[in-house]
Design a protein around this ligand. Structure first.
Ligand code: NAD
Length: 460
């Protein structure tokens, strides 16, 4: 394990500041080279990444490729578009500014800090890092200590392939985070829970450091009657139970039209058998809960409502079967906090207005899912609710589209990233206005006497 001495943190930052000052990271070719370097490093360590995720989360290899190593696609996307993103953008000027030209120059922020969670512990560190590199920053990375094997692999990869004066990993838990947060950075990119997000923002405020907070919350999944049931149940089961439900944008609870509830439950049961067989504990394709603490928290939810599918669990393996709970009340603990595990409560509605009112009575979610082909219903839900993102007739797939900014709103986060949005997040947009010398109209200069009518005319 490569553990950076915590007492060394100030030195690492100082070295990065000096490296940043050399201007090397501003060179677009340097950035492209580093992105290629990162891609190569990931490919070289693919096997260790798969093994680390297996050890941390019992993550099936296919899921590791689909949701962690797939971050390589984001590197290719950044390399492809970087020349274009870094070009100064011409900005329009109004006729009274006819002698001026205006441009927006994206410039790197400096030394940034990236703090990651444990659920997609590789992807959620590397994906923001791609934005930081593309935008020309130096970066310090703090992976989650809870996914300790993945944290080690990230530390090894970065130490082997990059100069610590450019990119460095600091491993550790709360103490390491706190040491880092005591320092001044030019941006902090945090992915994790809402409670810790508040701590990060408070620490950042001390230095007026801008933050991106990628947080969580309870993402609702509305199921109307106008659907293809077979496709719906498969897409919900996949999005909910991939990584054993430990996904920030997993459907947290179902809001189901009463008339279709029975069919939906039967369909979900069928799809789960199709995915994981009669006993998901024996399936090689089903992950485990990250820690005993989270296992205990989740098992507590099983006391709520009536378990209609699953419910089995094995503490020694930190296994919880894919579980559906019916007849929950909004006061039950399972409906009070983000579930972040393989437990899906069902709440029925008779009129969509009830579902919308419930969503709007709670903090704004990171994702909202709607299964319905009814265009009017789609329009209504889009107009009457607010969430970080929406995916209609599918789950989780919105995260894979590079042209869509990904992030929360309200309690589910501040700022966004992916594709160009990542580049923007780690860049400052410097406005540059240029005048010429061929003319110098005097209407704005003192003495002002007699100039008011012209100024009023200009304003009108
Ligand atoms: P967490 O907030 O507990 O931890 C995240 C990071 O913060 C870790 O690196 C941890 O070491 C650090 N940390 C923990 N306590 C701290 C403290 N007191 N001071 C400073 N740093 C501290 O989150 P988690 O349990 O790793 O992840 C689960 C949460 O993350 C869920 O709420 C989930 O929805 C959210 N999440 C959001 C996204 C997203 O993209 N929006 C993605 C994944 C997870």
């Amino acid at each position: 394990m490569i553990t950076t001495e915590l007492s060394n943190i100030s030195n690492i930052i100082q070295n990065q500041r000096e490296f940043f000052q050399t201007g090397k990271t501003k060179d677009v070719n340097f950035r492209i080279e580093q992105l290629k370097n990162l891609k190569q490093a990931i490919i070289e360590h693919e096997q260790s990444i798969v093994e680390a995720l297996k050890a941390d989360l019992h993550k099936p290899e296919v899921e590791t490729y689909l949701t962690e190593i797939s971050v390589i696609k984001d590197i290719d996307y950044a390399i492809k578009h970087l020349q274009n993103w870094t070009k100064p953008q011409k900005a329009a000027v109004s006729w009274d500014f006819f002698s001026y030209s205006a441009k927006i120059y994206p410039e790197p922020l400096g030394v940034v800090l990236i703090i990651g969670p444990w659920n997609y512990p590789f992807q959620l560190i590397i994906s923001p890092l791609i934005g930081a590199i593309a935008a020309g920053n130096c970066a310090i990375i703090k992976p989650s200590e809870i996914a300790s094997h993945t944290s080690d692999v990230i530390a090894k990869i970065i130490a082997k392939h990059f100069d610590p004066a450019y990119l460095a990993v600091v491993e550790g838990g709360v103490e390491a985070s706190q040491k880092l947060l005591a320092e001044k950075f030019d941006h902090i990119f945090f992915t994790g829970g809402t409670a810790v997000g508040k701590i990060i923002m408070a620490a950042a405020a001390k230095y007026l450091t801008p933050v991106t907070l990628e947080l969580g919350g309870k993402s609702p999944c509305i199921v109307d009657t106008d659907i293809n049931l077979e496709h719906t149940v498969r897409r919900i089961s996949w999005g909910k139970f991939i990584n054993a439900g430990q996904t920030c944008i997993a459907p947290d609870y179902l809001l189901v039209n009463k008339t279709i509830k029975k069919d939906l439950i039967d369909g979900l049961e069928k799809s789960l058998k199709e995915f994981y067989g009669e006993n998901p504990a024996n399936s090689p394709d089903y992950a485990r809960i990250i820690s005993q603490k989270h296992f205990d928290r989740l098992v507590n939810f099983l006391k709520d409502g009536e378990v209609v599918i699953g419910g089995e669990n094995q503490p020694s393996e930190r296994y919880i079967a894919p579980t559906l709970i019916d007849n929950v009340s909004l006061e039950d603990s399972v409906m009070q906090e983000e579930i972040f595990g393989p437990i899906l409560p069902i709440i029925e509605y008779t009129d969509i207005a009830e579902a919308i009112a419930l969503i709007n009575s709670r903090p704004k979610p990171l994702a909202l899912y709607l299964f319905s082909q009814d265009k009017n219903l789609q329009k209504r839900v889009l107009q009457e609710t607010s969430s970080g993102g929406v995916c209609i007739n599918d789950t989780v797939m919105q995260v894979g589209v590079s042209s869509l900014p990904f992030g929360g709103v309200g309690d589910s986060g501040i700022g966004n990233y992916h594709g160009k949005a990542s580049f923007d997040t780690f860049s400052h947009k410097k406005s540059v206005l240029q005048n010429s010398f061929w003319l110098d109209l005097k209407w704005r200069y003192a003495p002002y006497q007699g100039k008011l009518p012209l100024i009023k005319k200009l304003l009108g």
